[in-house]
Design a protein around this ligand. Structure first.
Ligand code: S3P
Length: 443
């Protein structure tokens, strides 16, 4: 564990490629491992979370190799062809990996044990267990439906119809992945639309998936199983959730000007960019295009005096991972920013609402919060800093506060930097090249 410190810098500049999208990368490995034939994945995120998924799919029979040029080549086993892993699957810090894989293995006659790090072992898995029981799977979980946990899959799974009670692409995807190996139609209804990468990739691979918009902004997704998935070339877009850290660093550090290339702009992921624009951010979308079936753009961000806004609850699903970095933009803004509908932040890699409140307070920012809301009193660019932030093994808390240090009057220390590698292994290198002053703290 190593603490690092981010100190004020004069400006951040440069052009950087966004790292591969984490959500798309997990799905690319899982689904290509279920295809018949050879898939090639270009732009895969080589972060620890995604590497854990690669290891799990290998343990269940897929052949997955990285070529020297960075292309990943996967020989799938076909839907129904997974084999029982011989030891427990350690998914590290990754909620997405464990939750999607719990769904995937539930419709196989296999017994699979999942475990993870301290953060992952504290996260709720009941939300995945509940919809998978009716298909015939059984579970032995640790207290409070947490990891370590054993999934007893079933060889005679039944199709299910599930109304997801919380906005969660992980829950939706877990049920759909179970449905791949279930004869009949699996139906998932979500009340608010969440990221649709699973549906999009399944459709591209030839699965019979249909999506109907519901009256209130939700969606009903139907999948006919058993599916036959055809191998593809998959181009992974850059991750808007990672690009967000560089973009807000440029917006909040005086004199900065950065361009982040190849950023995914799927509308179910871009709530932060809309919010920043409402705050007065100088953001320009360049070279907008479609790559690998997903919209992408290069985003130019220049230092901007920001103003506080109210972020409505119904925007939360499209920016659910971006609240830590939005909090940094809000602290730099003139006026108050209110964020609503944040209940899901309590069950991320950390209790992110508490971690944001504590981190801001430790650095001289006034905040107010409730169970599912947060109010940040903007400083108009006068961020005191000087505090130490407890990251609770949360990569996004770590990166957000390092960004805040770039414009704070006194350096900001985070208690450890290791988890950054789960989603954005090149973050510190890019920040260094851009001109940030981030360095280790002697212990
Ligand atoms: C993800 C869905 C979201 C998000 C996570 C990635 C996905 O989680 O926070 O980082 O890839 O499906 P929830 O489904 O819990 O909202």
């Amino acid at each position: 564990m190593s603490a690092i410190k981010s100190s004020q810098t004069t400006q951040l500049t440069g052009t950087f490629g966004a790292p591969g999208d984490k959500s798309v990368s997990h799905r690319a490995l899982m689904l290509s491992a279920l295809c018949i034939g050879e898939s090639r994945i270009i732009g895969l995120l080589e972060g620890e979370d995604v590497l854990a998924t690669a290891a799990a799919m290998r343990a269940m029979g897929a052949t997955i190799d990285r070529q020297d040029d960075g292309t990943w080549v996967v020989h799938g086993v076909g839907v129904g062809g997974l084999s029982q892993p011989t030891s427990s699957l350690d998914m590290g810090n990754s909620g997405t990996a464990v939750r999607l894989l719990m769904g995937l293995v539930a419709s196989y006659p296999m017994t699979v044990e999942f475990t993870g790090d301290a953060s992952l072992c504290s996260r709720p898995m009941g939300r995945i267990i509940d919809p998978l029981r009716p298909i015939g799977a059984d579970f032995d979980a640790s207290e409070g439906n947490t990891l370590p946990l054993i999934v007893h899959g079933t060889g005679t799974p039944l199709p299910t119809e599930y109304d997801v009670p919380v906005p969660s692409a992980q829950v939706k995807s877990a049920v759909l992945l179970a449905g791949l190996n279930i004869p009949g139609t699996t139906i998932v209804t979500e009340r608010e639309a969440t990221r649709d990468h699973t549906e999009n990739m399944l459709r591209a691979m030839g699965a019979d998936v249909s999506v109907i918009q519901t009256d209130n902004g939700g969606r009903r997704v139907s999948l006919k199983g058993p599916a036959e998935l055809i191998a593809q070339d998959i181009v992974v877009p850059g991750d808007p959730s990672s690009a967000a850290f560089l973009i807000v660093a440029a917006l909040t550090t005086p004199g900065s000007d950065m361009t982040i290339t190849n950023v995914g702009t799927n509308p179910l992921r871009t709530g932060l960019f809309l919010t920043l624009t409402e705050m007065g951010a100088d953001l320009t979308m360049l070279n907008e295009r479609i790559e690998g079936g997903e919209p992408v753009a290069d985003i130019k961000a220049s230092y901007s005096p920001l103003k506080g806004v109210t972020v409505p609850a119904d925007r939360a699903p499209s920016m659910i991972d971006e609240y830590p970095i939005l909090a940094i933009a809000a602290a730099a803004a003139v006026g108050d920013t209110v964020m609503e509908g944040l209940a899901e932040l309590r069950v991320k890699e950390s209790d992110r609402l508490a971690a944001i409140v504590d981190g801001l307070s430790a650095n001289g920012i006034s905040v107010d919060s409730g169970d599912d809301w947060l109010k940040i009193i903007g400083t108009g660019g006068n961020i005191p800093g000087g505090g130490t932030v407890a990251t609770h093994l949360d990569h996004r808390i770590a990166m957000a506060f390092l960004v805040m240090g770039c414009s704070a009057k006194s350096p900001i220390t985070i208690d450890e930097d290791e988890m950054i590698a789960t989603s954005f292994p090149t973050f510190l290198g890019m920040m260094d090249q851009a001109g940030a002053n981030i360095a280790g703290v002697a212990s």
